[in-house]
Structure formats: C-alpha cells, structure tokens
Design a binder for this molecule. Structure first.
Ligand code: ADP
Ligand code: MG
Length: 380
C-alpha cells in the first residue's frame, strides 16, 4: 500500500492541454474518485499514474518515490479497464492464475493468491467456469480478481461499470466499495457519473477542462461547493441557480429578481457585502430539497412561480417551476402538485441556511468570512 501524489502535473497532446497543473494527494488506503464530464482529463491523469502516458511536466509519486521514469510493469500498480480482457478459452481459475505465472511465482503461492482473491470476491464456486458462462457482474469480478492477485500498491479503475445496466451498476457500486474497504488498497476510480463518485468515494476530486475544481469528501463537495459549476454538477436533480440583484436596507440584505425577494441570512451578509460584485448582480444557489411549495402566498413562501411540469419519482416528485424567465426545481412529497396544476401559480419557500451565493463573473462561492474554506479552489 502507498500514497499517490500529483505535483504540478501537466499532460499535453499535440493540440490539447488535457491536464493542467494538477496537484493532488491520495492517502494510503484511500478510495479517491476522479470525477468530471467526458473529456475533462480523467483518463489522462489515470494513465499517467499507470505509466501508459508520458507526463508532460511535473511529478507523480508513489509512496513518496518519483515514478515518472519507471516502466509501467515496475510501478506495482494495477489498472482495471472498462472491458474485461478475460481469456475466453481459460477457466476463471486460469484467468486469475495467469498474471502470476507470468511473474514466475511458485505453484503453491499462485494457488494461495487465487483462492484468497476468489474468497474476497465471492467467486469460489465459479473457478472452473469459462467467461462465457458468467454474468456481466461475475465477469467484472473476475477482471478485478486478475489485478487483485498481484497484490499491487494501488488500484486504478477507469469507468469500470459504465457499460453495465442501471440495476447491475447499482449493485457493483456496493460490491466495489466493499472490496476496496476490505483490502484497504489505495484506489483511484475514474467516473463521469456523480452518483458513483458520491456513493463510493472517501474523497472526490472534481475536474473540468483539465483543471481540478475541488477536492473533498462527498458531503463537503455537496454542502460547500467551491464554485457554481461544481454546485450544479454534484447532486440530482441539480442545484437551482437564480440570478438576482443585491438590495440593502434597514431590514438587511436581500437578493431580488422577477418573482422573488430572498432575505440574506445575517450570517452571510458580511461575505456578500465584501464581495466585489459588478452591478450588484449575484447568483443564488439552492438545492431542490431545500425548497417547499405552497398554493397560497405567505411570508414563508416569498418566491412566486408557475407550475411547468411535474415528474413523479415513486416516493417523491420533482416540480419544475418557472419564476419569471428562470427555472426552479422543487423536490416535494408525492402528490404535492397534480398534472392538472400545470400553469397554476405556486409559492416557493426556502431554507435560509441552505442558500449558496456565487460570483456571477468568476463563478466562485462567496462565503461568510468566518466560514471554513474547502480545499482546492480555482476559477470556474
Ligand atoms: P476523460 O477521460 O475525462 O474523458 P481524457 O483524459 O480521455 O478525458 O481526454 C482529455 C482530453 O485530451 C480530451 O480533449 C481528449 O480529446 C484529449 N486526448 C486524450 N487522449 C488523446 C490522445 N492520445 N491524443 C490527443 N488528444 C487526446
Ligand atoms: Mg476517460
């Protein structure tokens, strides 16, 4: 086991800067998810760890040792690809034993490691089968077994379950997390699926266009997004963002726009007054679950909107409300709004302690001066 460190790492292809000045420390035994949309530089980062891509600038350390110039096979790192890469003609046992034979391990040692991996992955009963006799999830476990038997210092996963159907994916999330926790092996897991990142990782590193946006635990990233882009990337349905104008008065600060006037909690007023806002414009973020709906206007529901659509989700529903030209998603109990209520006027309330404020120019979160700053912050 070992820690992994990126020190000011760049990856340049001919025309593309795929990874820009990445600084990231992955702790020994940690499960870190590298999360971001397609093309943001996740695979490039991972492949540099594995030695499958040259590092254009900067250093990567494994257990404190610089590995830039080390041959991939000497790095003691195992990578699991999306495709299973199993030998179709060989049994599961042989598929697991093969990487060890290549390393010239003794027969007994091979047998011990194969059985141990099979126990960890709960595939003992499948050892005599061929890959064609396995389900997708079982194949995936054998593929993981093939790297597990090597007892590497770190695991690298590149979207290993992206191609599975939704139900199996949900199960594999739990399985992979269980296996990683049992082994305690340092793991970097690449995914574009925020739900995978949120549900599996000890910490998430979020990338956009080659630039690391934020690193933190799933809860930190969810509750204290560093910028408006992270705020709307993490969480489903995504965080609402309203554009408004700051107004001051005797009663304190508020953010005003067509159809709404939001009072800024006193604890946040300091940070907002200090922020360098041009034309007093500000972005207000609020998650769908921090909103409530009412059919009648009152002080607790200061946003006036119109029902645009209702999406029932089984136990809850998501109501799409239009506020002026802007849009709010509200997560509410099933039956709060009916299909017949389309175009009806509704009033939306919010939890003041759940408001986020962002600078409209930079996208950066505006925090009260006292608030704890989250780790890495760069411009959106
Ligand atoms: P992700 O895994 O997040 O989808 P990648 O690391 O694969 O992103 O790609 C990051 C950027 O680098 C993209 O713009 C991609 O087109 C580019 N890229 C990736 N691999 C190569 C390559 N071998 N040659 C040129 N450009 C590449
Ligand atoms: Mg990729």
């Amino acid at each position: 086991m070992a820690s992994l460190t990126f020190n000011s790492v760049w990856k340049r292809y001919d025309q593309v800067e795929a990874v820009k000045n990445l600084d990231l420390e992955i702790q020994d035994g940690e499960f870190l998810c590298l999360l971001g949309p397609s093309g943001c530089g996740k695979s490039s980062s991972l492949r540099m760890i594995a030695g499958l891509e040259f590092i254009s600038a900067g250093d990567i350390l494994l257990g404190g040792e610089r590995i830039n110039d080390l041959e991939p096979r000497h790095r003691d790192i195992a990578m699991v690809f999306e495709s299973y890469a199993l030998y179709p003609q060989k049994s599961v046992y042989e598929n697991l034993a093969n990487p060890l034979r290549l390393r010239k391990l003794g027969k007994d040692e091979i047998d011990r490691r194969v059985k141990e991996a099979a126990t960890t992955l709960e595939i003992e009963r499948l050892l005599e089968r061929r890959p064609s006799q396995l389900s997708g999830g079982q194949k995936q476990r054998v593929a993981i077994g093939r790297v597990l038997v090597r007892e590497p210092k770190a695991f690298l996963f590149d979207e290993p379950i992206a191609h599975l159907d939704a139900k199996l994916r949900a199960r594999m999330r739990g399985e992979l997390k269980h296996i990683q926790k049992r082994l305690g092996t340092t793991t970097v897991y690449v995914t574009h699926d925020q739900l995978e990142g949120m549900s599996m990782a000890d910490r998430i590193a979020i990338m956009r266009e080659g630039v690391l946006q934020q690193v933190g635990t799933p809860m930190e990233v969810f509750n204290e997004p560093a910028n408006v882009w992270v705020a709307t990337f993490v969480g489903d349905p995504p965080m609402n963002v309203l554009e408004g104008e700051m107004h001051g008065g005797d009663g304190g600060l508020s953010v005003v726009g067509e159809g709404f006037r939001l009072d800024v909690p006193a604890s946040r007023a300091g940070g907002l007054s200090d922020a360098d806002l041009s034309d007093r414009k500000v972005l207000v973020g609020v998650r769908p679950e921090a909103l409530t709906l009412s059919g009648t206007p009152d002080a607790a529901h200061p946003i006036t909107g119109r029902v645009y659509a209702v999406q029932p989700l089984g136990d809850v529903e998501v109501i799409d409300v239009r506020v002026g030209k802007q849009r709010l998603l509200v997560r509410a109990e099933l039956g709060t709004v009916a299909n017949e209520d389309m175009d009806a006027t509704v009033y939306v309330g919010y939890r003041a302690d759940k408001l986020h404020f962002f600078h409209p120019g930079t996208g950066l979160a505006i925090r009260s001066s006292a608030a704890r700053q989250t780790s890495v912050t760069t411009t959106a």
